[in-house]
Structure formats: structure tokens, C-alpha cells
Ligand binder design. Structure first.
Ligand code: SF4
Length: 370
């Protein structure tokens, strides 16, 4: 069954009410359950679970250590282009935003890559807006030719493509795909994506599966927290991740839960998410999906990032710039959003060490696979 049809079995409002109505007895039952069922996960997401957060956090910590050891992967985004045909209301790259647009030349992209390589990064995330006429497979192939010798793992967070295009990119050295659904609520999705190709909800929803069919070794999904009720969003995020874990069991499935950050356009989050609820979502996801990688970006404050390291995070970005050419080329192009953690990658690595973890710059998985 298509995922688009599967999630129709779970009307958004019914799921939201079910989570809201979970009782403390159901939370205690979930804490005693093994293995956890979807119902148990909804109990962990509920308001009734808040008094049990410390217990959930300790379990999440132990589980993460058992599955992943004491390591935190580090990666950096490299923004290739802020050109975009879409008009997502929350994003600085929105096509209607009268901003300076820039697509890096292959040489500029190589300079940015060299800069990040010199900082120690070996895992790179190539990012762009939806610019199918500019950020083409051919352009990416030329960029990859220059970057591949510098990095052991290269992922893309660009725009949804056909399976054949993904296969071509894998051939050119990409091993990971990141694509966020933003919100799983189709009604809200249509409201915040008023124009452009991104308005096509099912096309985006099924992108991770096209990536899995193409053979990506890692597939990352996510929801943009702040767009909608975070508890219900967490339910659908987990449903999606569980399906991908079962279907593409050879791939490493990761989940990101970025919170809305200020961006030009001034969009205000309709459903802001507190720090404590971020922690609840993280621990609930870890308990339900012990094998999923959980990723935290520089959208979050240093304090929260440091606090979340032992709770289930497996990978973090560091020292990020969100405008194309922001590292070595000192451009003044429009940034996608403001970052909250502007510490240097080395400072982030030091904190990880102070917490008793090993910062991992090189993607050992990919090294083993090639
Ligand atoms: S979120 Fe992505 S697709 Fe939407 S406007 Fe920004 S860059 Fe374009």
C-alpha cells in the first residue's frame, strides 16, 4: 500500500485527540512494555507523559548507548543555491522574497568544500532550493567530481527527484538523501506551500521511498516543528520512519526535527514548540525507534544542543552557514534562516568530548561500504 493511502487511515484530528487523552496509567503501561507498540509511543507523546520525562530520558540515554555507543557524528551543510521556484511561507528562499539569488559555480562550490574539509569535516550535506533548471543532475555531477575526493560521505538535501535521477547521483558519489515533509497534515501543508512544485503533497511524501528504491545508504526524513501540533506531527514522523526502516532495512534511516527559525518574510510559527517538548519528542522517538539516527542542527541554541547530546542524538551539524558561499566565498546572499548555535566546529567537538562522547568527523559507515 502507498504511504499516502496508509496515512489516510489516521485522520489528523483523531490522532491528535487520542494523544491528548492518553492517561498516566497508559504511560506507565508503555514504560513497562516490550516491544513498544504504536499505542505506547502515543502515550509517550501525550501531556500525561510529562511527569515521566526524567525516566524516559534515562531510558533513551541507555538505549542510544547500547545501539550507537558514545559517538556523535558531525557534518556541515554546503548551500549550493538559494534559487527556488517554491513559495513556502516560512522560508527565506521563497520565490516571492525579493532577495539576492546566487548559485555557486563549480569552482566556488569546490572552495567551500575545501574550507569545510580543512575544518575537519568528512561528512557533507549539499543543500539547495528547488531549482531544477539550475541545480541539475549535470551541475551536481560536476560539483561532486570536485568534492568526492575530500569527503567520505556526501548527502543531498535539494528537491524531490525521480528514482532514475537519484540513481545517477548515487553513481556520482552521493550516499545519502534528506527530505523533510515539513508537516504531515495535508491541509496545513497546502496552506504553507501555496505555490510551486512543492505544493504536491504525495509527490514529496513518497520521495524517501524513491530514494530507497534508488539505493541510498542513508535516508533522512523530518518535520518542521512549529507548523502544527508537535505531538501529532511526531506520530506521523514515527509512522513514516518505521515504514522506511522496515522496507529499506539495508539503509540507515535518520530523523530530524528542526524548529522554525526566524527568516526573512517574518513568518510566525503558528504552533511554537518549547524546549521541554523538544526533549519529550526526542526521547519518545528514541524509545520507539531504537535504530533510527536522530539529528540536531544549529537551529537550536548551544544550551539545548549540549543538553540533548546524551538523550539520543546521533549526529549534529556544526559551524553552519545557511547562505550559498557563506564559508569561503564571503557572499552576502540571502540565508535560508538564522542559526542559533554559532560556535565553531571545534568548540562543538570540545563540548561533545566534555560530555564523554567521541565526535566523529569521518563517516565510517561509508568508508566500510566503498
Ligand atoms: S523551504 Fe525549500 S522549497 Fe521551500 S522556499 Fe525554502 S528552499 Fe524553497
Amino acid at each position: 500500500m502507498r504511504f499516502y493511502d496508509e496515512i489516510k487511515k489516521y485522520p489528523w484530528e483523531s490522532v491528535r485527540q487520542e494523544i491528548e487523552n492518553r492517561s498516566r496509567i497508559e504511560v506507565e503501561r508503555a514504560l513497562a512494555a516490550s516491544p513498544l507498540r504504536l499505542e505506547d509511543f502515543t502515550s509517550f507523546l501525550s501531556p500525561s507523559a510529562e511527569p515521566y520525562l526524567e525516566d524516559m530520558a534515562q531510558r533513551a540515554h541507555r538505549l542510544t548507548q547500547q545501539r550507537f555507543g558514545r559517538v556523535i557524528g558531525l557534518f556541515a551543510p554546503l548551500y549550493l543555491s538559494n534559487v527556488c521556484i517554491n513559495s513556502c511561507v516560512y522560508c527565506g528562499f521563497n520565490a516571492h522574497n525579493p532577495a539576492e539569488r546566487l548559485t555557486l559555480t563549480v569552482d566556488q562550490a569546490a572552495e567551500e568544500g575545501k574550507y569545510l574539509h580543512d575544518l575537519g569535516f568528512r561528512h557533507l550535506l549539499l543543500v539547495s532550493g528547488e531549482a531544477p533548471n539550475t541545480v541539475t543532475v549535470e551541475y551536481l555531477a560536476r560539483v561532486l567530481e570536485r568534492l568526492r575526493p575530500l569527503f567520505s560521505s556526501i548527502s543531498i538535501e535539494i528537491y524531490p527527484m525521480e528514482t532514475a535521477d537519484y540513481q545517477a547521483l548515487i553513481h556520482h558519489g552521493v550516499d545519502g538523501l534528506v527530505i523533510y515533509q515539513e508537516t504531515y497534515d495535508e491541509k496545513r501543508y497546502k496552506e504553507v506551500h501555496p505555490g510551486g512544485k512543492k505544493r504536491d503533497y504525495p509527490w514529496r511524501l513518497e520521495t524517501p521511498e524513491r530514494g530507497g528504491q534508488a539505493g541510498f545508504r542513508r535516508i533522512g526524513i523530518g518535520a518542521l516543528l512549529g507548523l502544527n501540533d508537535w505531538r501529532t506531527e511526531g506520530f506521523f514522523l514515527a509512522l513514516h520512519a518505521r515504514r522506511l526502516l522496515r522496507t529499506f532495512w539495508k539503509s540507515h534511516i535518520t530523523i530530524s526535527f528542526p524548529r522554525l527559525r526566524p527568516a526573512s518574510g517574518g513568518y510566525q510559527a503558528p504552533a511554537p514548540v518549547s524546549d521541554i517538548h523538544m526533549v519529550q519528542l526526542l526521547t519518545a522517538l528514541r524509545l520507539f525507534l531504537p535504530d533510527a539516527g536522530l539529528i540536531l542542527s544549529t537551529r537550536e541554541s548551544p544550551q539545548l544542543r549540549d543538553h540533548m547530546i546524551p538523550l539520543g542524538i546521533t549526529s549534529m551539524s556544526a559551524g553552519s552557514r545557511t547562505e550559498p558561499g557563506g564559508y569561503a566565498n564571503a557572499t552576502h546572499a540571502e540565508a535560508q534562516f538564522e542559526i542559533a548555535d554559532d560556535r565553531s566546529p571545534q568548540a562543538v567537538a570540545d563540548i561533545i568530548r566534555q560530555k564523554g562522547y567521541e565526535p566523529v568527523w569521518k563517516d565510517w559507515d561509508a568508508a566500510f561500504l566503498h
